[in-house]
Design a binder for this molecule. Structure first.
Ligand SMILES: Nc1ncnc2c1ncn2[C@@H]1O[C@H](COP(=O)(O)OP(=O)(O)O)[C@@H](O)[C@H]1O
Ligand SMILES: [Mg+2]
Length: 585
């Protein structure tokens, strides 16, 4: 029938006894094979065409014993009850194999073209048949598109290869409980991407976990960090500032405006007016006539925050002029006081220095393009993968900062000549921290969500995709997760998280996700169009490991003495709000 598979009696499983769309129940009459079967094993079912086999994975194996009244021949043909094992296997169809498909030979594709008929014969795919089939699966992806992430559990020689284009094209997600192996999986994917000539990935690293990948001779990525309180005077090129003028109106207001204040509408409108004027002044000074005609209050154009404060102060204190030129209460008098003090508090707080205390050059008109050359552009001295360490960003502004940076990257791509766009991916580590579900989000989080949701909905058209990583899928924006087309799911122990993943899967795949709580560390299911076979995979170990966030308590308690000097340094760090290592002191 085909040169790929050769089945004989030993592989024979039994007949199809019932079909319920993509679920097939097989009555196993080969009781020897029954003991070999395992969940996840592959099964081939004959179809009406001799050139076609339906392929499925085993989801459930059951044996029920029924008693039947039968003649006992040995003892005088007496009627006695006999035990009859009833062996049934539930199989979920995942694809169709064709030995001849037009011009092509031996083709496997996802989805079942037809459904099996009752009494169709079925076979366990094992031994040479399994090897051949797995080879076919990995050969199905062109060399230039291959992203090898590990090997299949049911055949350790079979490489698990994703279609790299499909994986990154339409957003993907890596989900798993803490300690399941997400960070290693990210490092493996980055390592594979680093072997390409121009990989363009920007990693939002929340804990500085991926910094080992940016160090040493074998580094695979360029390391940046968002300026912490101790970096404000730094001239290091890899320290990133995101000056306030990059934020659009809503982003600033989400941080500063108290919507419960009676004067909130006044405050927002004066703020908007002044910003517009200040940006206009900058454009005039820089002779940007063309831009002057069409810019908006949200256009990223530098201005001095002190000028804004002065204008607001003036509003807040200016008297009005009444009848016979007598001073009366001014139109805005006293209405902006609280807004100003909230803004001033942020401006003078060093933790927000990366926003409000940028160095002189970050207020220059051409500064933004320099930043974007580093993050999106190409330089022969730099690596294409960029890892940005957000670990010193205060958690209350984390959503604004990640959201603003993502928005700017996206907008640059949006406004770029479509002939010159090259695609890039933003990897959102610990996404539940800044991409929460909408109902739970506060004003800054909503702002960030909006930016990311826009990328998740429209990014594909412009070659921008997201790779969302989280240990708590149930706390991550549903809009964003539901836009993902590919999932690498590692061990998930929590019920709520499992049910989120189940909901994201098509019905036929739901059963496969039952094994999620049982996966070993570094084991994953890949679900989506980037892989032909949704089966258990053991992920490769990355060459450069991320900094482990997991401490070995028991081992450390028998080995490592706490040091008072380190405590002293930590106390000073806490005061300075800057993490200096002891060796630097
Ligand atoms: N593919 C793998 N193979 C073997 N061990 C792994 C693998 N991935 C992770 N581990 C082990 O599990 C630990 C936790 O992995 P990590 O990626 O930090 O988990 P997570 O980011 O999900 O919390 C690692 O320190 C390593 O010992
Ligand atoms: Mg991790």
């Amino acid at each position: 029938m085909s040169d790929l598979f050769s089945f004989d009696n030993q592989n024979e499983l039994g007949m199809v006894m019932s079909v319920d769309t993509s679920q097939v129940f097989i009555d196993v009459h080969n009781s020897e094979i029954m003991t070999k079967l395992g969940v996840g094993h592959l099964v081939a079912i004959k179809s009406y065409s001799e050139y076609q086999l339906l392929i499925g994975t085993i989801e459930k194996i059951s044996r029920t014993v029924t008693e039947k009244l039968e003649f006992e021949f040995e003892s005088d043909d007496e009627l006695v009850y006999q035990d009859h094992p009833n062996d049934i296997v539930k199989v979920v169809l995942i694809g169709t194999f064709k030995s001849v498909d037009g011009e092509k030979r031996n083709v496997f594709k996802r989805g079942a073209d037809t459904f099996p008929q009752i009494d169709s014969e079925s076979y366990l795919i094992e031994g040479d048949n399994l090897q051949n089939f797995m080879n076919l699966i990995s050969e199905g992806i062109r060399d230039s598109e291959r992203l090898k992430i590990g090997h299949f559990i049911n055949d350790s020689t079979a490489k698990a290869i994703l279609n790299g284009d499909k994986f990154f094209q339409r957003h993907a997600s890596i989900l798993g409980s803490t300690g399941s192996g997400k960070s290693w999986c990210v490092a493996t994917i980055l390592e594979k991407a680093s072997q390409l000539d121009f990989p363009n990935l920007i990693v939002f690293d929340m804990h500085g976990e991926y910094s080992p990948l940016t160090k040493g001779n074998d580094k695979i990525a360029e390391g940046f960090r968002i300026a912490g309180p101790g970096d404000l005077e730094s001239t290091d090129k890899n320290v990133i500032f995101l000056p306030y003028w990059l934020l659009n109106r809503e982003e600033v207001l989400s941080m500063i405006l108290d919507r419960n204040d009676n004067n909130a509408p006044n405050q927002a409108s004066r703020f908007t007016l002044h910003i517009k004027n200040l940006k206009e002044n900058t454009l005039v000074r820089n002779n940007k006539e063309q831009i002057l005609k069409t810019f908006t209050v949200d256009s990223p154009i530098p201005y001095q925050i002190q000028d804004l404060l002065m204008k607001l102060q003036d509003d807040d204190t200016r008297k009005g002029v009444g009848a016979s030129n007598k001073p009366v209460k001014g139109e805005w008098e006293g209405k902006l006081t609280r807004f100003i003090s909230r803004l001033e508090a942020k401006v003078s707080d060093r933790r927000y220095g990366f926003l409000f205390q940028p160095p002189e050059q970050a207020l220059k008109y051409d500064w933004l393009e320099q930043l974007l050359y580093m993050l999106l552009g190409y330089s022969s001295e730099r690596k294409g993968i960029k890892i940005i360490d957000f670990s010193e960003v205060p958690s209350d502004v984390l959503p604004v900062v990640t959201g603003t940076l993502a928005r700017i990257l996206y907008e640059i791509q949006f406004w770029m000549d479509s002939n010159h766009r090259t695609p890039f991916t933003i990897l959102c580590d610990e996404a539940h921290l800044y991409l929460p579900i909408k109902e739970d989000a506060n004003s800054t989080e909503r702002q960030a969500l909006e930016n990311f949701e826009r990328i998740s909905k429209e990014g594909r058209k412009y070659g921008v995709s997201l790779l969302v990583v989280s240990q708590r899928p149930s706390d991550v924006s549903k809009t964003i997760l539901s836009q993902c087309n590919n999932f690498i799911v590692l061990r998930l122990t929590n019920d709520r998280d499992q049910s989120v993943v189940k909901k994201l899967m098509p019905d036929s795949m739901k059963g496969i996700t039952d094994c999620l709580p049982l996966l070993d560390t570094g084991e994953a299911l890949v679900l989506g169009d980037s892989i032909l076979l949704p089966n258990r995979i053991k992920l490769d170990v990355p060459k450069i490991k991320p900094d482990s966030m997991t401490k070995d308590f028991w081992k450390e308690w028998s080995k490592n003495k706490p040091k008072n000097e380190s405590i002293s340094q930590a106390v000073e760090n806490l005061r300075a709000q800057s993490r200096k290592e002891e060796s630097e002191v």
